[in-house]
Every structure is written in structure tokens, then in C-alpha cells.
Design a protein around this ligand. Sequence first.
Ligand code: AKG
Length: 296
Amino acid sequence: MIAEKVLQHPCNVLTEAQRLQFFRDGFLVVENYVPEPWLERLRAATRDLVERSRAVRESDATFILEEGHSAESPRLHRVSSPQDHHEAMWAFMRDPVMTDLVADVVGPDVKFHHAKLNVKSGKGSGGFDWHQDIPAWPHTDYSPVTVGVYINGCRPDQGPLSFLPGSHNGPLYSMYDDEGNFVVRIREADLAWVTEDMVARPTGGPGTTVLLNCRTVHGSSPNRSADPRLLLLPVYSSADSFPYTANPIPSVHQGDVVRGQPARHASFDTRSCELPPDWRFGYKTVWQHKKKPAGY
Ligand SMILES: O=C(O)CCC(=O)C(=O)O
């Protein structure tokens, strides 16, 4: 569903001013949004998942390990598809606390696409270079939104998500490097116009939640603190928006309508989107492309 149509529906959670801010900036921060009982369940689920990672020696489709990971001292970049591995995660992602919020920016009918839990274990966990999300999973329109829930909050030294406000209205940049690898990184030359004062790096307490439009340029710095920075990142779209490439992070729940009704007609935004590699043959994560990554 395109923004003009979304705005015809009343808000559930956000104020009208917050929603307009989302469409103006391409992101919105709702401080301390997720209530403590949910945060407790998410923390417990995270502990279970981290516990399971003790048996893992090499990164696999679920656990992306950080350097120094061991059974004694687990260090994770990410848990892919946490909703497929822990019922509490899926219960949260389809709960109105999430779906009513998402409906405010995609319209009343909400569809799940994929999710990840970025753990960023701390003491130097790497950051993310500037990128846009949608070229990894193009859809028929640009309604997809990533919701970022800081389970324990995020301080400036923990590598908060950083945004270029308004960049969702600009071009989509290439996510390929000169060798043709899909590196999920915008070339420096493409962002030569960016100055420090343009960058937003919002932080907040436990449950602080970020809504991120799929075209917005964003990244993050390393987590130099001793504490993990738990960021749960489910991705949704309006129900009438359809992916036209394979999902890089497949889920048994992909395509589940988690609020409202399934669509009878697809929504189209004809602005072109660069295509990713064919993910049916596997997804090479950003970490596998990093030789000496920026920000480490
Ligand atoms: O976890 C982070 O700091 C950044 C995550 C991100 O940008 C992504 O997964 O697309």
C-alpha cells in the first residue's frame, strides 16, 4: 500500500504527527514502547537461544558467530529467524503490540516477511556500513518496514542504528561492489554528499522501538561497550505488497498475514529496484564479505 492510501486510515498507536514524521524522515523512534512483561519474555527467549548457540562451532543458517565465540563464552552477531526457533519470539511478532504499530505505517492489513535478532555481543562487535534494505528483498511497492526493538535499550557506545533522514525519498544505491559481490554496502563515492550533521543516531531505554522504511539509508557503528546490544528486527509489509525474489532469511512464517485480511490485488510502485543474487542458492551474509570491515 502506498503512503497516500495508508494515511487515509486512522492511527492505532502513533499520533498523526508521529506518523507524518515517519513518512517525512523514513524512520521514527518510539521511546520505551514495548512494555516490560514482553521485554522479560524476549530476554528469556534470547537467553534460550544464546544457550543453544554454545553447541555451535561455525556460523550456520541460524547462528552467525562473532570471533571468539566458544561454548564457555558465546559471542553472536545474529540469530536468523528467531521466530522459527522460539515460540515467544513469534508470539511477540504477531501480537498487537507490534502489528497495530506497523499498521499505522503500512495500512490495516499487515504481512510478515522475515526477522533477525542482532546481538552485537560487545567489546568491539562490528558495525554495519551504510546501506538500504530493500535491494536484498525487493517488493512490488516500498511499504516494507523493519521494526527495531532494543530489548535492553541502547546507549551511544553500543552502536545504535544510524539514519540519513529523508534518504528514502532519494535514489536506491547499488549494494554490489566492483567485483560484483552483493556486499550490502553503499560505495563511499555515492555518499560523498553526507556530512556528520545529517546523521541521526537515536538511542533510548529498554523497549525503545524504531520504525525504518525499507529505502532509508542506515548503518551502525561497532559496539565498544561490555554489554550486548540486543536488537530484534522483524520485517513486515502491507498485505498487498509482494516480494518478487527469494527470501535471503527464509521463514516458515513468510507471507503470514498477522493483522487484517489477505490482499486480492497487489500494490505497485514502479520505481525500479536493483535485484539481489538468486538467494535460492544461499545467502552470503555481510560478515562473510568483510575482509577488514570498516568500523572494526
Ligand atoms: O544491527 C545493526 O546495527 C544494523 C542492522 C541493519 O542495518 C540490518 O540488519 O539491515
